[in-house]
Design a protein around this ligand. Structure first.
Ligand code: NOJ
Ligand code: CA
Length: 672
């Protein structure tokens, strides 16, 4: 056995013993509110931590430490050389986000550790305990090159927690439907891994500030022990580089209810402040694009009579965007390389040469005239070498043409044939692209990305990413697409990392013209609107074909809903069942509510007490009409206007697979 600990679902009693048996090498760090406590100790040379929430253990005694390529074991034989405590209480402002101001309050413990063989510091472990969770990380002091072959960090569960997860080490990266199961049924899983204890405490294990390191999957070792499983390089090593270096933060978000997870800021707080001083060129936006047409088979990426990215078609999209107040038009399939076998093989992609029927210079001139920017597209087909060879030229080209955002893509099971999308090699590639884009004042939307770990704080041009099953699966997935509960799980799992380019807003729910009898959108129309509020993205797409929006009364909501927020509130939260989010627009007075449900219809009540007292408002309501059902009557929508104020209780009648979207705006005129 690798460990001295006996940890089979520890009883609460054993934890009480830990927290009282304070020795010279045992520490307790409390959150500012006192609700969360991390107990950290060096026992017989093993660094161990456990976590308590309101006095009850939620993570039992868990090992920490690293194993190095030269055989040095930095997870045992350690002693404390120096300990230092610190406290921070401040706030900082996001250039864009779910909320303007982020409070950063934590208590910190930093332990410098020596080993059996060295009296110098060989490893530093730092804990930060916030009111919404705990983070810890490793630091390797200056000692030349290093290789990490194993990260021994454990997360020991106290009982068989209910869990929501997607599998790790599979070919489709993070693009899986979530499974809800007992923790004992986990295999190797990605983070965020979200769990609920039998006492109704919610926790989510993830990481923050994933920089120049391998990402962390979690391996179920049995007996409630989840161990960090670093995604390896193709040669089997996990992390390499030069010291001094810090690992990403291993994080555990904690909340007494599911809603608390939705407004947690620990991931952002554990990232470095912005490296971009002047962020005025980084602006959230809303876009349309030549995109959904390809996914439903109406257009092709490659040349031919179905080619979507033609000059005339792009101008039509620019006109549509300008007419309806959008900021950008995404165009995929504009460049050379799509006619070849690009899937998992991007060697033919040219990032500065358009198809002959796509007049890039004319299109960018036309867009500028109409006040619409192009959102560029770099699909790499996972050929990183081909892309990196062209990176400078590709971004110079787009900057010259006034492109303000670029969507990148990494379709393929491995990159450069052999590397996982989640290993250190790709962590560094994704970052290189974000930094290169920043040099050219370009925002980045990544598909097939590395998971979101809050890097947007440090690089605010990292504006949005995929990294889950998005809307596109409804267009072509062999399993019929995303089930109605998928979007009721995402806010508590994938979204804890940050914004998601889900691309909501499909109005033609069956897209029959494309001849896909086995695919459709598995929601009601009203739920498509509600997703604009529930699934946060600072770059929000109106994904459907323009003709499906023109003249549609529900399109009004998409035209009004912003993508940047002053404040966010979680009104209802039940993982896999329903979610209601209210957000106040940045720089305005309007509030927006999105409420969604799984396959079960339900009625929820939302108090509007967040509105200004003594002020009258008008609520524009987009609700499932009575009798609506995602399966057979998904289009039945009831659009109405009501007077509301801070004392109103809004009834949210959600159809099976349905939702409701509401815009609340201060009443301007005298009562009608
Ligand atoms: C997969 C992306 O998720 C999708 O949005 C894109 O259209 C295709 N790759 C082609 O790049
Ligand atoms: Ca994708």
């Amino acid at each position: 056995m690798r460990t001295v600990l006996s940890r089979c679902f520890l009883s609460a009693l054993s934890v009480v013993l830990i927290s009282t048996a304070v020795t010279a090498q045992s520490y307790i760090v409390n959150s500012p509110s006192g609700e969360i406590s991390a107990v950290i100790e060096l026992r017989d040379g093993y660094p161990i931590y456990s976590l308590l929430f309101r006095g009850t253990a939620i993570i039992g005694e868990s090992r920490m430490g690293l194993v190095m390529g030269d055989g040095t074991d930095l997870s045992s034989g350690l002693t404390v050389l120096k300990d230092a405590k610190a406290s921070v209480d401040r706030a900082w402002t996001q250039p864009w986000g779910e909320m303007r101001e982020v409070k950063e309050r934590y208590n910190e413990l930093r332990l410098e550790l020596a080993s059996n063989t060295s009296s110098e510091t060989v490893l530093v472990i730092t804990f930060r305990v916030f009111d919404d969770g705990v983070g810890f990380r490793y630091e390797l002091p200056d000692s030349g090159d290093f290789i990490v072959t194993d990260d021994r960090s454990e997360f020991v569960l106290m009982s068989d927690y209910r869990s929501w997860w997607i599998p790790a080490f599979e070919n489709n990266r993070y693009e899986y439907l979530y499974t809800e199961s007992s923790a004992s049924d986990l295999r190797s899983v990605h983070t965020p891994l979200t769990m609920e204890t039998p006492d109704g405490v919610f926790l989510s294990i993830h990481e923050a500030a994933l920089t120049d390191w391998a990402s962390m999957a979690l391996l179920n070792m049995g007996n409630g022990i989840l161990e960090c499983d670093l995604v390896p390089w193709s040669d089997g090593t996990k992390v390499r580089g030069e010291t001094p270096v810090v690992s990403p933060w291993r994080t555990i978000s904690v909340s007494g209810d599911a809603a608390g997870l939705l407004t947690s800021t620990i991931i952002l707080n554990l990232n470095e402040p912005s490296k971009i001083e002047d962020t005025s060129w980084i602006r959230p936006g809303r876009y349309v694009g030549i995109w959904w047409g390809m996914h439903i088979g109406k257009y092709s990426w490659g040349s031919g009579n179905k080619h979507g990215a033609t000059t005339a078609n792009t101008k039509m999209y620019i006109d549509f965007a300008a007419r309806h107040g959008f900021d950008g038009v995404l165009v995929e399939g504009w460049n050379l390389g799509w006619d070849d076998n690009w899937f998992a093989n991007g060697s033919f992609f040219q990032f500065t040469i358009p198809h002959p029927d796509f007049d890039m210079e004319e299109i960018s001139r036309y867009g500028a005239e109409k006040g619409i920017y192009l959102i560029g597209h770099h699909e790499t087909g996972a050929d990183i070498d081909n892309y990196e060879r062209q990176l400078d030229a590709a971004f110079e080209y787009y900057e010259r043409l006034g492109v303000k955002a670029v969507k990148t893509g990494y379709v393929g099971h491995r990159t450069n044939e052999f590397e996982w999308h989640h290993g250190q090699y790709m962590v560094n590639h994704y970052r290189k692209v974000v930094e290169k884009a920043a040099e050219h004042h370009i925002m980045i939307i990544v598909h097939e990305p590395i998971k979101a770990t809050g890097i947007r704080r440090t690089w605010p041009n990292m504006i949005a990413r995929e990294g889950a099953r998005g809307q596109e699966y409804n267009a072509w997935s062999g399993d019929g697409g995303n089930l109605p509960d998928h979007t009721t799980i995402l806010p508590f799992t994938r979204m804890l990392g940050g914004p998601f380019d889900f691309t909501p807003g499909i109005f033609d729910l069956y897209f029959n013209e494309a001849g896909r009898p086995n695919n459709r959108i598995n929601t009601t129309l009203a739920k498509q609107l509600a997703l604009y509020v529930v699934i946060y993205s600072p770059m929000q797409m109106a994904a459907d074909l323009p003709k499906n929006y023109e003249g549609h009364p529900a399109f009004e909501f998409i035209k009004e809903v912003p993508s940047d927020w002053e404040e966010t509130l979680a009104l209802h939260a039940a993982i896999g069942d329903y979610v209601t989010i209210a957000r106040k627009e940045r720089g305005g007075e309007d509030w927006f509510i999105g409420s969604i449900t799984d396959e079960d219809g339900r009625t929820l009540e939302a108090s509007l007490s967040f509105l200004d007292e003594g002020r009258e408002y008008e609520a524009y309501i987009y609700a499932d009409a009575p009798g609506a059902d995602w399966k057979s009557r998904p289009y039945m929508i009831d659009i109405r206007k009501e007077k509301v104020d801070y004392s109103s209780i809004l009834k949210l009648e959600l159809a099976p697979g349905g939702g409701q979207a509401v815009r609340i705006t201060p009443a301007t005129s005298s009562p009608e």
